[in-house]
Design a protein around this ligand. Sequence first.
Ligand SMILES: Nc1ncnc2c1ncn2[C@@H]1O[C@H](COP(=O)(O)OP(=O)(O)O)[C@@H](O)[C@H]1O
Ligand SMILES: [Mg+2]
Length: 252
Amino acid sequence: MSPKKHSSILDFYDIEAPYVTEFRRLLHNMYDGRSNGELKTVMLTSAMLSEGKSTICSFLAITAALKKGMKTLIIDSDLRRPTINKIFQLKPKAGLKEILVEGYNPRDAISTTSVDKLDVLTAGGYCENPSEVFDADAMGTLFDELKFYYDLILIDAAPLLPVSDPMLLASKVDGTLLVVKAGATQKEVVRRAVEILNPRQNSVIGVAFNNMNHSLPYYYDYGYYQYEYKDNRKKSAKSISRPDKMQPRKIK
Ligand SMILES: Nc1ncnc2c1ncn2[C@@H]1O[C@H](COP(=O)(O)OP(=O)(O)O)[C@@H](O)[C@H]1O
Ligand SMILES: [Mg+2]
């Protein structure tokens, strides 16, 4: 039986699975030996799209909340291709766009999840002009405000090479985690991404390798495999068949 389409990631997260140990390890490594200031806001970005940023961001956030008891918030800052709402199967509601454009109260835009201590701020409604709406300074102010309520804020960002958003956000967060799709992203491409981040304040705190084929269950198919980084939300998602035998598993 193929996995149920449009399931929430929470249906797949298996607290006993080996990948959860990897996410615990990643969290541990993020804080281990860290003496230079607090680490509350962490941006996840990558060189290109579809390297697994949103997936890793979500699994990392669930692990932080469930296994470490950290009050955790995910912010979807990718106004062009938001996915956190789909990953958590959240009903449409105001999000980052409405905060930036309409001055919406952040506390009203945040959604709770069925995981205790895990909240989500989606990108919000359809954004026609993401580059005009994206305001790194306003987002920096928002992060500072929300830090008061959370132990960890993970920012799911756009990729570095196609757009400048994550580069601009890098100086507004405490650290940046670079996601690399192992065996797929070329060395030169990763190098260029690091170059883009390096001159920023508080640049890369680590690299998370994502092995797309073997490490995590396929839980959702966004039809994300495209060559250009552009808004495709008006198009119907192209479905890709996957030879997947995994079944949804409830959090135990
Ligand atoms: N380790 C993995 N194993 C299986 N599928 C994965 C893995 N990481 C990501 N995917 C799938 O790849 C696609 C792109 O991942 P996503 O996290 O949305 O990438 P990004 O946010 O970098 O664009 C999604 O359909 C996701 O379910
Ligand atoms: Mg993404």
